[in-house]
Write a protein that binds this ligand. Structure first.
Ligand code: GLV
Ligand code: MN
Ligand code: MN
Ligand code: MN
Length: 445
């Protein structure tokens, strides 16, 4: 078949995608809304159900299934040769607590659609073509994002991943399990603790491609259809504790307090200022103040800090500036009583900036131009751009071991991690068509 003519089936992709979202909780966000949005926390009962569905679907397509000890699911459509690894399409079926139906899900379902289309056309490939569902990409329930591809790439030790505990605030959501789980116990509970080692050596790949919604405003605001992703920005995740002193709110003058929450508030403001001054981002997403009483000044605050920027060195610059600024803020709070607050930092996760592989980028670029050639505009080339990813993806870790790149499609308002996240059926199909062509082009290179 002429590669440039390959297209995904838009209607089938849309049906499969929404079908797969019946396992999970639709999130209501306003008057009259019903069933968009998605909550499917990693390794929950809903995640088990969608995994079962995914495996059955791929078995029906005569794919070979492998489940590793991180619960990653690999489904391979064999090629002519069995002595070379398959080219993979991968992403994730888990979502944020207030997630949508496209972040991750589109990537996996585009893989399913690619296999269906290849079968329909009787298209043979040299190596196999695989689809992989990576566990807990979001890092929402178990707070390291991309953890299972990180173990696969041998950048995160299996034991660290297995022992990782779920975030209590996420665990206390009504839809999550009641007693806090580790990743290992959660994998066991839903029957997805596979026996195959989680490693790129055991489940090798020729290459890894991923379709994803952009999760940002560039494509949608420019009216562009495809982003050829060449790089991913750097990020570091920290857990910080601010330690002051609990005391009575009614009897303790301000100058007699070591108020950990007041110090935290200044730190949060400072984090934004410093990050902004260096073209980076800094965000707090989890905060816990103890003891959590109306009339006790909090003596302990724990919070998460996510710092991101286009270069790894810039992220470290922001971090170093904040380490000294936070110390100064802490030292001032409680100084009057000779009991200043102090700050402790723990680095939980470090994801340096990534550059994707030229060969994969070329395949995506050629495929993107071929697919948008259908569009009724004179200059279809202008519908495609290169782009850097602001978010992390499993492709970050696969890129450390195998040639990798990604395809972005526009999403409404650039919004994600929100129930109103939306990508039109046309844009979903464009992404699926591009990845279908990209894997075939890569296979033929
Ligand atoms: C991972 O998806 C991240 O960017 O947080
Ligand atoms: Mn994602
Ligand atoms: Mn996400
Ligand atoms: Mn992500």
């Amino acid at each position: 078949a002429e590669v440039s003519a390959l297209r995904a089936n838009k209607e089938r992709l849309a049906i499969d995608l929404h079908e797969s979202c019946k396992w999970g909780f639709g999130i209501r966000w306003g008057e009259g809304s019903t069933d968009t949005g998605m909550q499917r926390l990693a390794l929950s009962e809903e995640d088990k159900s969608v995994r079962d569905w995914f495996i059955q679907t791929m078995k029906d397509l005569k794919c070979q299934i492998t489940i590793d000890e991180m619960g990653n699911i690999f489904a391979v459509r064999p090629g002519r040769r069995t002595d070379v690894p398959a080219t993979f399409i991968g992403s994730h079926l888990d979502t944020q607590p207030t997630g949508g139906r496209y972040d991750g899900i589109l990537g996996v379902l585009s893989g399913v659609e690619a296999i269906k289309r290849m079968d329909e056309l009787g298209l043979e490939t040299e190596g196999g073509v695989g689809v992989v569902n990576w566990t807990n990409e979001e890092g929402a329930r178990f707070p390291i994002s991309m953890i299972a591809s990180g173990v696969w790439a041998e950048f995160i030790p299996l034991s660290q991943a297995h022992e990782l505990k779920e975030v209590p605030t996420v665990a206390s959501l009504p839809t999550a399990s009641s007693a806090p789980d580790t990743m290992k116990s959660a994998l066991e509970k839903i029957g997805y603790l596979g026996s195959v080692p989680c490693s790129y050596k055991t489940t090798p790949m020729a290459a890894h491609f991923e379709v994803h919604i952009e999760q940002g405003p560039h494509l949608v605001s420019a009216g562009q259809r495809v982003g050829v992703v060449t790089a991913v920005q750097a990020y570091r995740w920290f857990r910080l504790n601010v330690i002051g002193r609990d005391t009575h709110t009614g009897t303790t003058a301000f100058e007699h307090r070591a108020d950990a929450l007041y110090a935290f508030a200044q730190m949060m403001v400072r984090a934004r200022e410093v990050a902004a001054s260096k073209g980076c981002l800094a965000s707090v997403g989890i905060i816990e103040a103890k003891p959590g009483s109306v009339n006790t000044v909090p003596g302990t605050v724990s919070f998460s800090l996510d710092i991101r920027g286009p270069e790894s060195a810039l992220v470290v610059e922001v971090e170093n500036q904040l380490r000294s600024d936070f110390d100064a803020i802490a030292a001032a709070e409680g100084a009057g009583i000779g009991k200043p607050c102090r700050v402790e930092w723990t680095l939980d996760f470090d994801s340096p900036a990534v550059k994707f592989h030229e060969d994969c980028i070329d395949c995506v670029q050629e495929s993107a131009h071929a697919v948008v050639a259908d569009e009724p505009v004179a200059d279809t080339k202008s519908l495609v751009r290169t782009i850097m990813s602001g978010a992390g993806h499993d492709s970050v870790f696969t890129s450390k071991r195998v040639p990798t790149s990604m395809i972005f499609v526009p999403c409404k308002d650039g919004l994600s991690h929100h129930p109103e996240e939306f990508c039109s059926a046309d844009d979903c199909a464009t992404g699926a068509s591009v990845i279908l062509q990209a894997v075939v082009r890569y296979d033929r290179k």
